[in-house]
Design a binder for this molecule. Structure first.
Ligand SMILES: [Zn+2]
Length: 505
């Protein structure tokens, strides 16, 4: 009965706040259910694709009531800055304490915490800050004064050594559940990529209460993304030749994409803003070189992005790329059809450009989680998008060697476990790429344990409630489109069967 009265009372309130504060007309499927669970004070675990709008699930409850502080733990400065600026723009009383915060601002926020009635409604902090005695003491006071309402853990997969972004300080977050008691403070954990092992760690380390935990997930695969693997010919003795044939292959694919677009939109199509894409490469040098080579086609504007590019320039690249409508072609060149970022994995978290039409992995991704996250940056607007992975035996073996070499050079207590985790995850990449007998959407769902989540009672968006066994793939992968025969022929270029792992079941 309590729930019925809650629903009638709070739903209207939620919708009003959604519109008035967040300027949105409606919730995405499942968002409302998640938010209700958060408001009801449950522990919540939400695993959802990057386009889901996970932050709203703790931001809206944080401003729904007239008082109280919501603490958000976030691993990435860029992500934090984006969120804080966004919320400030909406007029929400939000603050952050991180390495870029001035000492005056830090003092102001810390004082506000202790005033008995903090005006800050959402406070973003790094997990490292939460390890400090000074901050912990203040947080406990806020809690004792009954002003701490909720804790949200963003990018919760960073808690697990099985995850691809493991962060030591995240492991200490178990402190929250152990110390924020009487009353117990509910915890909301959100992530885009959690395999079954990672999920188990998140729930265990945070001490989420299994009897009370509400689980939610959106399916890990993305029906609007066409997944395809392109096999690199085995030209062992001539890597330059292999490289240029791959470049030609990508140029041809871009050309075909452009022609299709022009056929669809008419010649006026060329007046449209360029299509956005990301090409992920392994090294900074590769990013620089490939950006130049791709731009040799005048329909392509490609620019390199990596940790070696200076911060100011990186921001500039991001903002130009995000607002492709204001794009200015270089002098003497026509309006490009493609605006491409050629990036190392430094380009990623927090990028929320919704209309990325393709993500290309120039070499195989190093972990399956990063593959799903990176390819998932395509098509966040729900429109058709493409994920291409270039895969070859030399690259495969090269990456495996790198994983072993890295483990050798970082001798530490967990070196072996850490290496095994990486090898296992890269094994999934190999399986994803070398399999020619199954739908790639199905493979992704399997690796992320979508089925197990359902057995644990996780709720999914109603519109996605298709039986797990049925394929959501409407010809949206190379297997479903070309069939086993077509894929086998393409894969044969890469190498003999004996060089492949036994993944053809
Ligand atoms: Zn398929």
């Amino acid at each position: 009965m309590a729930r019925v009265s809650f629903v009638t009372r709070e739903r209207a309130n939620m919708k009003w706040t959604l519109k008035k504060v967040f300027k949105k007309d409606g919730f995405r499927p499942l968002q409302e259910e998640v938010i209700i669970s958060v408001i009801e004070g449950h522990d919540v675990f939400l695993q959802a694709s990057t386009s889901f709008g996970k932050s709203l699930c703790y931001q809206l409850p944080a401003v729904l009531k007239e008082w109280g502080l919501t603490l958000v733990v976030c691993p990435l400065l860029a992500l934090m800055t984006d969120q804080v600026n966004y919320l400030k723009g909406l007029g929400v009383s939000v603050a952050t304490i991180n390495s870029n915060t001035s000492s005056e601002e830090r003092q102001r926020v810390m004082d506000d915490m202790l005033c008995g009635h903090p005006s800050t409604r959402i406070l973003y902090v790094t997990p490292e800050l939460l390890q400090t005695e000074n901050f912990r003491r203040r947080l406990l006071i806020v809690h004792r004064q009954r002003q701490l309402v909720r804790v949200a853990i963003d990018e919760a997969h960073c808690i697990s050594e099985w995850g691809h972004d493991f962060r030591t300080a995240y492991k200490e977050l178990g402190w929250l559940r152990k110390n924020l008691v009487n009353p117990k403070i509910p915890i909301t954990a959100v992530t885009a990529t959690a395999t079954p092992n990672v999920r188990e760690d998140i729930i265990g380390i945070l001490g989420l209460n299994l009897n009370d935990l509400r689980l939610f997930n959106t399916p890990s695969d993305r029906p609007n993304i066409h997944y395809e693997v392109r096999y690199r010919p085995n030209l062992e003795d001539d890597s330059a030749e292999a490289e240029s044939s791959q470049l030609l292959n990508l140029h041809n694919w871009l050309k075909a994409t452009r022609l299709r677009r022009e056929a669809r939109l008419g010649i006026e199509g060329s007046q449209n803003p360029p299509m956005s894409g990301i090409v992920y490469v392994g090294t900074r040098m590769m990013a620089e070189q490939l950006a130049v080579k791709l731009s040799s086609d005048e329909t392509v504007h490609a620019i390199a992005y990596h940790a070696g590019v200076e911060a100011k320039k990186r921001t500039e690249i991001q903002s130009t790329w995000k607002s492709s409508r204001s794009f200015q072609p270089a002098q003497g060149r026509p309006n490009p059809t493609f605006s491409i970022i050629v990036a190392t994995n430094a380009f990623g978290m927090g990028i929320d450009n919704p209309d990325v039409r393709f993500v290309v992995h120039w070499t195989p991704p190093k972990s399956f989680e990063s593959f799903v996250q990176e390819s998932g940056r395509a098509g966040r607007d729900g429109c058709a998008a493409v994920s291409l992975v270039y895969y070859g035996i030399q690259e495969r073996d090269h990456i495996r060697n790198l994983i072993f070499r890295d483990a050798e050079s970082h001798r530490g207590p967990n070196t072996k476990e850490n290496r095994d985790v990486k090898v296992l995850s890269f094994g999934k990449v190999i399986k994803y790429c070398e399999t020619i007998t199954r739908c790639r959407h199905e493979l992704i769902k399997e690796f992320f344990g979508d089925h197990e989540l359902e057995e644990m009672g996780s709720q999914r968006p109603a519109s996605d409630n298709v039986p797990v066994s049925s394929s959501p793939c409407d010809f949206a992968c190379d297997f479903c489109k070309e069939g086993r025969g077509g894929l086998a022929m393409r894969r044969a270029k890469m190498g003999s069967e004996t060089e492949l792992y036994a993944y053809n079941e």
